[in-house]
Design a protein around this ligand. Structure first.
Ligand SMILES: Nc1nc2c(ncn2[C@@H]2O[C@H](COP(=O)(O)OP(=O)(O)OP(=O)(O)O)[C@@H](O)[C@H]2O)c(=O)[nH]1
Length: 538
C-alpha cells in the first residue's frame, strides 16, 4: 500500500467513523430520553450501558477529529460513573440534562460534518524521497579513505571544499573533521545545509570536547582513528533508514474502526501492526506476529484489558514485551489499579496521531533495545546463535505453512585466521563488523541475520526463491570484496564464501542449515570468494 493509499484509507475511515458516531449519539439520546421518562427505578445495567457508550465516544472521537465532542462525552461519562459508583438513583431532570447535552453534541457533529473536513491535530505524514543518502565530508586533505569506505555501503559521498557552501547538492549528513578544519570555516558551510545531520570527528575525546560538540549541534561524535562500522551504524540511525525489521505492534481493541485507524497511522510511520478485536485471539497473535509491544484497550466485552494483561504475563515467553493500555480511562486511581494487576504503562485516548506514533516508537525502541541486549551479539549487534536458530525455525515453518518458502544462507569470512595473524585481532573484529553492517544494510527488512560463530554468519530470507537468494548474496559478496579494510596505515580486502539452501529441497530448519553449511564448505574448496547452492536431495 502506498502512502497515498494509506491517506485515502484514513480519510474513508474518518468518514465511516463520522456516520457511526452519528448513529451512536442517536442511540444514546434515545436511551437517555427513555430513562428520563421512566416511572420505575432505573437499573444499574441501563446506566452502565449508557456509560459504556459515552466511554467509547470519549476514547475515539478525538482521534477522528472531534476533540470537543470527545471531551463532552468524557464529562458525561465521569458524571455517570459517580452515579453508578454511589448507587444513587439519577433523577429524571438530571437525565433530561444528559439527554440535552447529547443532543448538543449531535448538533455539533452535524455542523462539523457539513463544514470543511479538518485533519485531526497532529496527523502523521511521511516525508518521501527515494534518492540516495548524501554524505558530505569536510576535512582538509585526504578524505578519500573515508569516502571510499562509506561509498562501499551505498552512500552518495562527496568531499566538499571547506570554503564551499552546499549549493544544489544538499547533503543529508555532514561529517566534519574538527581536527583539520577550523570552526569559522566549517560552521558557515554547515549552516548552508540546515537539513543535514552533523557528525563531528575530533582528535580529542574528553568531556569538554564532547560538550562543545553537543553545543555545536552534533548528532554524532567520533574520535580519530574513526571506526568505520560504528560511523556507518550512526549514519543509518541518524537518517532513520528503515529498520531491517520494522517495529511490530499488536493492537487489542474491540472498536474495529479505531483500531484500524491506529494501524494505518502506525503504518505511515513504518510501524507494522496487527489488530485483534477479540481478546481470545491474543495468544495466537503473540505467537504468529511476535510483537515488540502490545496496545490493550481496557474496556472490552468478555475480558477486560487488565485481565488480558495478566493472562499474557502467565507466559514467560512474553515477559519482555511491554503491555501498554490504550484506553479512554482518565481516572488516575483506576489507571493505577489496572497497572497494579499487570501492564506497564498507560496511554489515554483520545490520542493524536503524532503522540501515538511517538509513544509507540519510544516504547518499541526500548523493548527492542532490551531484546537486542539479550539476543544480540555484542561485537556486531547481530542476532546470537540460539536466537537466530529459533528465528530460522520460525521462518521455515511459516514458509512451509504459507507455501512461500524460505532460504538459509551460511557465510564464512575467508582466511580469517591470516587476517588476525597479519593485522591483529582488533582488525579481525573490525572486518567482522564491516561484514555485519553490510549484511544488515543489504538484506531486506524481513530477512534475519545472525552471527553463527566467530567469523561465520547465517541469514534466513523468508518468501525468497533460491535464485533470488543466490543473486542477493552474490551482490553482497562482490561489494564486500571491494570494501577497503583499514589497519593502521595499511589497507587490504577481505572476502567470504557462502552456501545457500531452500525449503523447496529441505523440509526442516536443521537439514536446511546443514545443507547451507555443506554448500559453504564446497565454496571454500572451490577456491573461496564465491557462493554455492546446496545440491538438491533428489
Ligand atoms: N578477531 C576475531 N577472530 C576470531 C573471532 N572468532 C573467531 N576468530 C578467529 O577466526 C579464525 C578462524 O579461522 P579458521 O576457522 O581456521 O578458518 P579461516 O582462517 O577463516 O580459513 P577458511 O575458513 O578456511 O577460509 C580463528 O583463528 C579464530 O581464532 C572473533 O570474534 N574475532
Amino acid at each position: 500500500m502506498t502512502d497515498v493509499d494509506v491517506q485515502a484509507r484514513l480519510a474513508a475511515l474518518r468518514e465511516q467513523y463520522g456516520r457511526r458516531l452519528s448513529d451512536d449519539l442517536q442511540t444514546l439520546m434515545a436511551q437517555a430520553r427513555e430513562l428520563s421518562a421512566r416511572q420505575s427505578a432505573i437499573g444499574l445495567d441501563a446506566l452502565e450501558t449508557l456509560r459504556q457508550g459515552l466511554h467509547r465516544i470519549a476514547g475515539s472521537a478525538g482521534t477522528f477529529g472531534y476533540a470537543a465532542l470527545s471531551r463532552n462525552a468524557r464529562e458525561m461519562e465521569v458524571w455517570l460513573q459517580t452515579v453508578i459508583e454511589s448507587a444513587a438513583q439519577p433523577t429524571p431532570p438530571t437525565l433530561v440534562v444528559l439527554h440535552d447535552r447529547l443532543q448538543e453534541s449531535y448538533r455539533d457533529l452535524e455542523l462539523a460534518q457539513t463544514s470543511e473536513v479538518v485533519e485531526p491535530e497532529g496527523s502523521y505524514h511521511l516525508a518521501s524521497g527515494d534518492r540516495g543518502i548524501r554524505v558530505a565530508v569536510l576535512a582538509d586533505g585526504d578524505t578519500d579513505t573515508l569516502i571510499r569506505a562509506l561509498s562501499g555501503f551505498g552512500y552518495e559521498c562527496r568531499s566538499l571544499d571547506a570554503q564551499a557552501t552546499f549549493p544544489q547538492w544538499q547533503p543529508d549528513i555532514a561529517i566534519v573533521d574538527t581536527a583539520k578544519v577550523a570552526d569559522e570555516v566549517w560552521k558557515p558551510a554547515v549552516e548552508a545545509a540546515p537539513k543535514a545531520a552533523l557528525i563531528l570527528l575530533s582528535g580529542a575525546g574528553d568531556f569538554e570536547t564532547r560538550l562543545k560538540a553537543v553545543r555545536n549541534g552534533a548528532q554524532g561524535f567520533f574520535t580519530h582513528p574513526v571506526d568505520v562500522p560504528s560511523l556507518e551504524h550512526r549514519l543509518r540511525h541518524l537518517i532513520n533508514l528503515p529498520q531491517q525489521d520494522p517495529y511490530r505492534v499488536l493492537i487489542v481493541d474491540d472498536d474495529v474502526d479505531l483500531a484500524e485507524h491506529f494501524r494505518l497511522t502506525l503504518k505511515m510511520a513504518g510501524i507494522e501492526s496487527r489488530v485483534i478485536s477479540d481478546p481470545r485471539d491474543v495468544l495466537k497473535g503473540l505467537r504468529d506476529f511476535v510483537p515488540d509491544l502490545v496496545l490493550i484497550d481496557i474496556n472490552m466485552p468478555g475480558c477486560s484489558g487488565p485481565e488480558l494483561a495478566r493472562i499474557i504475563r502467565f507466559d514467560d515467553d512474553w515477559l519482555k514485551i511491554p503491555l501498554i493500555y490504550l484506553s479512554a480511562e482518565s481516572d488516575a486511581q483506576r489507571q493505577a489499579k489496572a497497572l497494579a494487576q499487570a501492564g506497564d504503562d498507560f496511554l489515554v485516548k483520545p490520542i493524536s496521531d503524532v503522540a501515538l506514533v511517538a509513544a509507540v516508537t519510544a516504547r518499541a525502541q526500548r523493548s527492542r533495545q532490551l531484546s537486542l541486549a539479550l539476543a544480540r551479539d555484542g561485537l556486531t549487534g547481530l542476532i546470537k546463535h540460539p536466537a537466530i536458530k529459533e528465528l530460522i525455525e520460525l521462518e521455515v515453518a511459516r514458509g512451509q505453512r504459507t507455501d512461500t518458502g524460505a532460504c538459509v544462507v551460511m557465510i564464512d569470512i575467508d582466511r580469517f585466521k591470516s587476517i588476525n595473524d597479519t593485522y591483529g585481532h582488533g582488525t579481525g573484529d573490525y572486518v567482522i563488523r564491516l561484514l555485519a553492517n553490510l549484511l544488515r544494510q543489504r538484506l531486506r527488512r524481513v530477512d534475519h541475520v545472525g552471527r553463527y560463530g566467530g567469523e561465520e554468519f547465517v541469514a534466513v530470507l523468508p518468501s525468497c526463491s533460491l535464485e533470488n537468494a543466490r543473486d542477493a548474496i552474490e551482490r553482497i559478496r562482490v561489494s564486500f570484496s571491494e570494501l577497503e579494510c583499514v589497519a593502521d596505515d595499511k589497507t587490504f580486502h577481505a572476502t567470504f564464501s557462502a552456501g545457500v539452501s531452500c525449503t523447496q529441497d529441505w523440509r526442516d530448519a536443521e537439514t536446511l542449515l546443514e545443507a547451507a553449511d555443506r554448500a559453504m564448505y564446497a565454496a571454500k574448496q572451490g577456491g573461496r570468494n564465491q557462493t554455492r547452492i546446496a545440491a538438491s536431495r533428489q
